[in-house]
Write a protein that binds this ligand. Structure first.
Ligand code: NAD
Length: 263
């Protein structure tokens, strides 16, 4: 299937590793020009080089902390014509509800929600002029099954779904689509490091910790394993393509069946 992404300019926030990296690589492979973003110049340079080598695609780098308003404005000024925006950037941290202070709630809202809201606001005028655009918020299954070990994270992921739906309704009747994508447990760099750390500290293998996680913590998973970032990226690349023109305002799951609902 040709995803018809040639000539499109895509920004994937937080794409030097994990799910964002896989999305950036897939979009580049499919012919889009892709802006790779992370906070450190060295990490961005390395990711750009790797994606260029792996795909022979057109890859640009932009190092910036996109949870900051001035950084988001500067990126959009420097790279006019963004037609595909993937709001992937996101942080998580396990913490008991009573231990989450106001500052953490506000930081999680800033990084996980407001960064994407702001970028969407900045790229919308251009998308409206072109009457074409794709905005994808990378939410999570945690949006609908709020994890007790990180309620603040779950709430930000629910908020992203609401923002995506509201924004989709606000551009109804145009060629712009807005969707959220809900991955389940995925072996990104962040999650992989976390599980490997647990394995090392308890003298077990990664596979043993993974099996226990799906047995005790996510027993509703139907695939009973972590998804690979590429499995998420494949769905996102389709949603970002002109072929997905009738998919908008949706919360799309690539969660290995962990959400116990058929709808
Ligand atoms: P990750 O930690 O592996 O990678 C995150 C990337 O974002 C890195 O490149 C990091 O450098 C970059 N980053 C972090 N803060 C940044 C900032 N302020 N500015 C710019 N870049 C920044 O993350 P991941 O697990 O791949 O998660 C990506 C998204 O997917 C997140 O929104 C997360 O909530 C969501 N998600 C992940 C999982 C999972 O199991 N991994 C499941 C559901 C949803």
């Amino acid at each position: 299937m040709d995803l018809q992404l040639q000539g499109k300019l895509a920004l994937v926030s937080g794409s030097t590793a994990g799910i964002g990296y896989a999305i950036a690589r897939t979009l580049a492979q499919e012919g889009a020009r892709v802006i790779v973003n992370g906070r450190s110049q060295a990490a961005v340079d390395e990711a750009v080089e790797r994606i260029r080598t792996e795909t022979q695609g057109q890859v640009l780098g932009h190092a910036a902390d996109l949870s900051r308003a001035d950084a988001a404005e500067e990126l959009v000024r420097r790279h006019p014509g963004i037609g595909i925006l993937v709001n992937n950037l996101g942080i998580f941290e396990a913490k008991a509800f009573e231990d989450i202070p106001d500052e953490d709630w506000l930081r999680f809202f800033d990084v996980n929600v407001l960064s994407g809201v702001r970028l969407a606001r900045l790229v919308l005028p251009q998308m409206k002029r072109e009457n074409w655009g794709r905005i994808v918020f990378i939410s999570s299954e945690s949006a609908v099954q709020i994890p007790t070990e990180m309620v603040h994270y779950g709430v930000t992921k629910t908020a992203q779904i609401a923002v995506a739906r509201g924004l989709a309704e606000s551009v109804a009747g145009t060629g712009i689509t807005v969707n959220s994508v809900l991955p389940g447990p995925t072996k990104s760099r962040g999650v992989g490091d976390f599980v490997e750390g647990m394995a090392r500290s308890s003298d077990r293998s990664f596979a043993q910790v993974e099996a226990e996680f799906f047995d005790k913590v996510r027993p509703t998973s139907l695939i009973r394993r972590f998804a690979a970032p590429q499995e998420v990226a494949s769905l996102v690349a389709y949603v970002a393509s002109p072929l997905a023109s009738a998919t908008t305002g949706a919360a799309l799951r690539v969660d290995g069946g962990v959400v116990k609902s058929a709808f």
